[in-house]
Each structure stands twice: as C-alpha cells, then as structure tokens.
Design a protein around this ligand. Structure first.
Ligand SMILES: Nc1ncnc2c1ncn2[C@@H]1O[C@H](COP(=O)(O)OP(=O)(O)OP(=O)(O)O)[C@@H](O)[C@H]1O
Ligand SMILES: [Mg+2]
Length: 235
C-alpha cells in the first residue's frame, strides 16, 4: 500500500525521499550548531502551508517569536503572519497557562497544548525546536519511559511532526536518549570540511520508515527562495 507524503520543498531532496515524508511520521532533524536545523524545518512548514493549504504549528522553545520570524524573513520567507503557520514561543505558552500549571512537567503542558490545538485547528504539521530545550524545561524523571509515551502521543496525533535535535560538536551520537529508535525518520545535517578552507553544509536521510530512500550525503544550499540539494561528490 502506498503512503501519502508531504513534500519538504527542498529541491532535489524529495526525489531522494521517494516523494517526501510519509504523513503522520515523527521525524528528527538532527545536527550540530548552526547547520540550519531551525531554518530548514521552518521552511518545510512554511512551504507546505503556502503551497498546498496545510496548517502548521511551530513551537519555538529556543528563541522568541519575533526573533525567529525576523530570521525567517531574512531567508526569504515572507508574510508569515498572513499564513496558517502559527508560531508559539515560551512566552506565549507561559501567558496561556496558569502559574500552578507551569510548575508541572513541560512535556505534560506541551502534550495538552498540542493535543488541543491539533484537534481544534487541524494542524497537519507540528515542529518542536528543540528537544534539548524541552528537556531542560521538563525535568524528566524517567527519560526513556517519558519519551516513549511522548513519541507515542505524537504519532497518535495524525499530524506530521518534526523534532529538532541538537548534536554537540564532536559527538558521534545523534540523540540524548533513544529518540533515534523511537522516531519514524531521521534527517541529519552536518558541516563537512572540503580541502583546507571550505566547509559545506550536508544533509542525509538516516532513516525513513516505509520509504525506499537514498542514504548518501547531499550538499545543502539556500537560494533566494528555497533550499536545494545537489549530490555531494567526495574526492
Ligand atoms: N540570511 C541568511 N542567508 C543565508 N544563511 C544564513 C542567513 N542567516 C543565517 N544564515 C546561516 O544559517 C545559520 C543559522 O541557521 P539556523 O538558526 O537555522 O541553524 P540551527 O542549526 O538551528 O542553529 P542553532 O544550532 O543555533 O539552533 C547561521 O549560522 C548562518 O550560517
Ligand atoms: Mg536552531
């Protein structure tokens, strides 16, 4: 049975993914600092909302709404406020929740919030930036159990979910706990040194359930309007 997919609108990469990300998947977007995890994920939501009437919820735990929006506008994503792309930041979450609720585990708060918003507003796509920020707010008592339930909850939503995951420089681990096994897909971003002086941004699909995808690295570039990939040729 073929699955419905959502396009990433990264030129050349959808083909490598066999058309895109299967709808309803929980996908990790992993990368070291400055590898455009936020920009790339935001652009996936932005382009789907803009081009096919999807609705997106971007939960920004790393930076405020205005700063994020400014950066995305600099990258050519215009009129964000006029689209069905809702950016929620920590300040807004705090405003919408009573004091006593904020002493609770943030995973519980977000779970409740996301469930309610996806039900009421029919969001097709949800992004959380980032898992590290969520963990620092969440005080996980039993990370493996808590994350197992959280991923199960996300998968049950029906929306396609992108979780941004930060990899420290020099680490050979993609994630903090077992998110790589819990997720349906993993996109991996890294900076790759070419020769003595150049550094390229590269992307690869590490896993994507229900998909016959390519596994190799692509060079990731940004033009005025959108992201694109070309095949990375290693010397
Ligand atoms: N206007 C721009 N045009 C092209 N590239 C840009 C522009 N502004 C920033 N960048 C590049 O994008 C990078 C930041 O992108 P982004 O914030 O999406 O990365 P990130 O992986 O989410 O970073 P972090 O680890 O800080 O969360 C910058 O370090 C810079 O290299
Ligand atoms: Mg970021």
């Amino acid at each position: 049975m073929s699955v419905e997919r959502i396009a990433t609108y990264i030129d050349g990469f959808d083909k490598a993914l066999g058309g895109g990300v299967p709808k309803g998947h929980v996908v990790l977007v992993c990368g070291t600092p400055g590898t455009m995890k936020t920009s790339l994920t935001f652009s996936i939501l932005y382009n789907n909302v803009k081009n096919n009437g999807s609705k997106g919820l971007f939960i920004a735990l790393e930076e405020g709404h205005d700063s994020l929006k400014g950066a995305m506008e600099d990258l050519g994503m215009k009129n964000i406020d006029e689209l069905e792309l809702y950016v929620l930041d920590v300040a807004k979450i705090r405003m919408e929740h009573k004091e006593e609720e904020l002493t609770k585990n943030w995973i519980e708060i977000l779970t409740k919030y996301i469930e309610q918003r996806v039900r009421e507003s029919n969001f097709d796509m949800v992004a959380i930036d980032s898992l590290a920020a969520l963990y620092s707010l969440a005080q996980l008592t039993n990370p493996r159990r808590d994350l197992f339930h959280f991923f199960g909850f996300l998968r049950g939503l029906g929306a396609t979910t992108f979780l941004i995951s930060e990899i420290p420089m020099g680490s050979d681990r993609l994630v903090a706990y077992q998110e790589d096994f819990l997720s349906d897909g993993i996109l991996y971003l890294r900076q790759y040194e070419v020769g003595e002086t150049d550094v390229q941004l590269r992307i690869r699909c590490v896993k994507m359930r229900r998909t016959d995808h390519e596994r190799g690295y692509f060079t990731l570039m940004k033009s005025d309007e959108h992201f694109m990939v070309t095949s990375a040729i290693t010397e």
